[in-house]
Write a protein that binds this ligand. Structure first.
Ligand code: SF4
Ligand code: SF4
Length: 129
């Protein structure tokens, strides 16, 4: 799937901040993000999506950070990770959520069962007729 211009910008900004954090490492005891980050020297898209989804937005690293705004490095990890997660939810999750939303009205909208879910009996009856 091609990346949107906004997502490209977010990934680039996250790489910039991760390089600063990897040199600093002050936050390495705060959560699982930091040891996972320290295993890497470069950050592919998949690495950044993984790290962003390890973050549970406690903001401890932001409040501890000596490079947070107004410092010119402008490091704000919870903010950039939150923006990345929002983009990925839109890319990967919303069709599933939509499917769940329309599920209570079989017959109005045909919905394929999600993987692992039993087939909709009403839909099957319609298919057999
Ligand atoms: S968030 Fe700030 S204090 Fe924490 S590792 Fe990154 S640069 Fe260092
Ligand atoms: S805001 Fe996210 S990255 Fe920062 S310490 Fe909390 S969980 Fe870890």
């Amino acid at each position: 799937m091609p990346l949107s211009e906004q997502m490209e910008g977010l990934l680039e900004e996250t790489r910039r901040q991760m390089i600063i954090c990897n040199a600093c490492r002050y936050c390495e005891g705060y959560c699982a993000v930091w040891p996972a980050m320290e295993l890497r020297r470069t950050f592919k898209e998949s690495d950044i999506l993984y790290l962003a989804n390890l973050c549970f937005d406690c903001r401890a690293c932001y409040y501890a950070c000596q490079f947070a705004p107004p410092h010119q490095f402008a490091v704000n990890i919870p903010e950039i990770f939150s923006q990345i997660r929002t983009e990925t939810y839109q890319d990967y999750s919303w069709p599933r959520l939509l499917a769940r939303m329309v599920k209570p009205w079989p017959g109005i909208v045909d919905v394929e069962p999600l993987p692992g879910e039993p087939a909709d009996e009403a839909g099957e009856e319609g298919a057999e007729a």
